[in-house]
Design a protein around this ligand. Structure first.
Ligand SMILES: Cc1ncc(COP(=O)(O)O)c(C=O)c1O
Length: 462
């Protein structure tokens, strides 16, 4: 592609190393440069508009251009643009946000610890769990079990929790004491004829076998997203968490719910914890906490965990962990405003009204010859394309069928993300029914063009 040497695209290629991007391909293809947004739409440098079908990265819940959030940030910037929370200091808005979070938590929680991203929150959790075990005089109880295809971030410990190969490969991860149990994706890993319930039993038995193999005295915690996001939008099979949780309790293993995507309405309840009746000891939230207008995340811990951390920090003289921007007042002010908007506009009612249309539209592709599975809950879902609908065989990743499909979608003014050959949908929570229909109509064009591409190149089984 030719481009002006001083264009934004050329400068981006020259100076910017992108996250989650093939840098070599980027030099050839260049970036898509977005310059503004309004509601569920974003606009590129040429003025072309796109439906943001993934809310950015599963985060811009209130859409683009929410003036109240802009105002909340500006007001706080003028009043107190920065203060920290080390050594007994805090700001008024940080106190208010902590209280709000603890009071709205889906299960009794005691205290909130602030960070800046989902990764930092989960990294903090790993350290808290180790601190907790040491404080209790259980130095061997340190292992944390995560799940294959789980996504918990990219910092050293959180990337270790993440169960996706590209987050480990050539990074020398995972670190010690982190292991991955099976992925509870019934469509992919269920045996022929196995019911969701039987599959869930098998997943729970497999987890228990791992705990026994490792030694229950060495396993400190289990972490799970209520709905696995970046692993492919994997909704738990029926009775999964019902069967997992007693095993954790039996072996005195802390349960960490990573609500970074599910938190604040995505699954049709305020938290995925409610949707799947979880009883976590620790909950991490980020993304929709501030509608992504500013970076902020939080770790909520229950009294059992808090009391141990309190006593141990009392013994040592500090809880030696925290970030310059933990509880940043501008981020906190924006988060408070976001939570107020959720409440005042009764966003949950709006989500519950729109979700059935979203799920119906998503599932109308189930019979398409290229589609293996349509799955989702609330306002999140995925459509998985397969080489062979009967055997569920996947395409060779080198054929990049998913990437082709989202490329076509982009042409039709829809930004979505491909996770393998699954196309994920996670629009802003403010999306209307008509906009849902429009979003899937754009996807339909992309899917048909992908089907034609697959056929023309002989990629699908006869
Ligand atoms: C469930 C979950 N946990 C953690 C993270 C990491 O968050 P961040 O990218 O803010 O570090 C993500 C990001 O997508 C996520 O989906």
């Amino acid at each position: 592609m030719t481009r002006m040497p001083n264009s934004l695209a050329a400068r981006d290629i020259a100076y910017h190393l992108h996250p989650y991007t093939d840098a070599a391909k980027h030099e050839a293809d260049g970036p898509l440069i977005l310059t503004s947004g309004k509601g569920i739409h974003v606009f590129d440098e040429n003025g072309k508009s796109y439906v943001e079908g993934l809310s950015g990265l599963w985060c811009v819940s209130l859409g683009f251009g929410e003036e109240r959030l802009v105002e909340a940030a500006a007001k706080q910037m003028r009043k107190l643009p920065y203060y920290h929370t080390f050594a007994h200091k805090t700001s008024d808005v940080t106190v208010e946000l902590a209280e709000r979070l603890i009071k709205m938590a889906p299960v009794p929680m005691s205290h909130a610890f602030f960070c800046n991203s989902g990764s930092e929150a989960n990294d903090t959790v790993v350290k808290m769990v180790w601190y907790y075990s040491n404080a209790l005089g259980r130095p061997n109880k340190k292992k944390i079990i995560s799940r294959i295809k789980g996504y918990h971030g990219v910092t050293v410990a959180s990337a270790s929790l993440t169960g996706l190969p590209n987050n480990h490969r050539d990074f020398d991860l995972p670190i010690a004491n982190i292991m991955h149990t099976e992925c509870p994706h019934h469509y992919r890993f269920g045996k022929p004829g196995e019911s969701e319930e039987d599959f869930a039993t098998r997943m729970a038995e497999s987890l228990e076998a791992m705990i026994q193999r490792e030694g229950p005295d060495t396993v400190a915690a289990f972490i799970a997203e209520p709905v696995m996001g970046a692993g492919g939008v994997i909704v738990p099979p029926k009775t999964y968490f019902e069967k997992i949780q007693p095993i954790l309790r039996k072996h005195d293993i802390l349960f960490i719910a990573d609500e970074v995507i599910c938190g604040f309405g995505r699954t049709g309840n305020m938290f995925g914890t409610e949707t799947y009746k979880l009883q976590p000891d620790i909950i991490t939230v980020a993304k929709q906490l501030s509608s992504a207008y500013l970076p902020i995340s939080a770790v909520m811990i229950n009294k059992k965990v808090y009391d141990v951390i309190r006593d141990n920090s009392g013994k040592i003289g500090t809880f030696g962990h925290g970030y310059t921007y933990s509880g940043h007042p501008v981020s906190a002010a924006v988060a408070i405003e976001t939570l107020k908007i959720y409440e005042e506009r009764n966003l949950l009612a709006q989500i519950r009204d729109v979700a059935p249309v979203f799920q119906k539209e998503l599932r109308r592709f189930a019979d398409h010859p290229l589609v293996g599975e349509c799955r989702g809950v609330g306002l999140v879902g995925a459509i998985e394309m397969v080489k062979n609908k009967k055997t569920k065989e996947s395409f060779d990743p080198k054929q990049a069928v998913g990437a082709h499909c989202i490329g076509r979608a982009q042409e039709h003014g829809l930004i979505v993300r491909t996770l393998g050959d699954s196309v994920a949908f996670c629009p802003p929570l403010i999306i209307t029914k008509d906009q849902v229909v429009d979003m899937f109509a754009r996807f339909e064009k992309a899917l048909e063009e992908t089907a034609a591409h697959v056929k023309a190149n002989g990629l699908q089984a006869a």
